[in-house]
Design a protein around this ligand. Structure first.
Ligand code: SF4
Length: 146
């Protein structure tokens, strides 16, 4: 019988896919999913490479957009397309564990800034938002809740 699938942020699994080329390997998350077929997820590294400049969520006219911190490029559409492609290829999962605070992966923990780069509060990252619409929200958590 095939194992249930768990989509997990790749940096939590030990992939060196963070903007600074580092990992955020979280042994508790890896250990807790031994019974699952693990599907690593990282939309940023394949699009922008590793290491790369940081990105941030900026609220403009009430809409959250993703910009690169130094070159000020709007990369929202690139990320949306990459994440949607992943969802299409992986429509079924029993569990999803995403990295907290990330502009892509955060669930209610991602800093949202105004155009002056002042923090307005904390919301979902762009993948967090898409995943909450496309998968059962009850199966989605971050590494602190898994
Ligand atoms: S938080 Fe998400 S986008 Fe950022 S490195 Fe980890 S998996 Fe990739």
């Amino acid at each position: 019988m095939s194992k249930p699938k768990a989509i997990i942020s790749a940096c939590l699994l030990g992939h060196r896919c963070r903007y600074d080329g580092q990992t955020k390997k979280t042994t508790e998350v890896v250990d807790a999913h031994g019974e699952y077929e693990i599907i690593p997820f990282c939309p940023e590294a394949p699009l922008f490479g590793t290491p790369r400049e940081r990105i941030s969520v900026i609220k403009i006219d009430g809409e959250n957009r993703i910009f690169t911190d130094e070159t000020n490029r709007d990369v929202t559409k690139l990320l949306e397309d990459k994440i949607s492609e992943f969802v299409k290829q992986n429509p079924h999962a029993k569990k999803i564990v995403l990295k907290s605070k990330s502009p892509s992966c955060g669930i209610g923990t991602t800093p949202v800034l105004n155009e002056k780069k002042e923090r307005l509060g904390y919301e979902n990252g762009i993948a967090g938002d898409i995943f909450l619409k496309m998968y059962d929200k009850d199966i989605i958590c971050d590494e602190n809740q898994s």
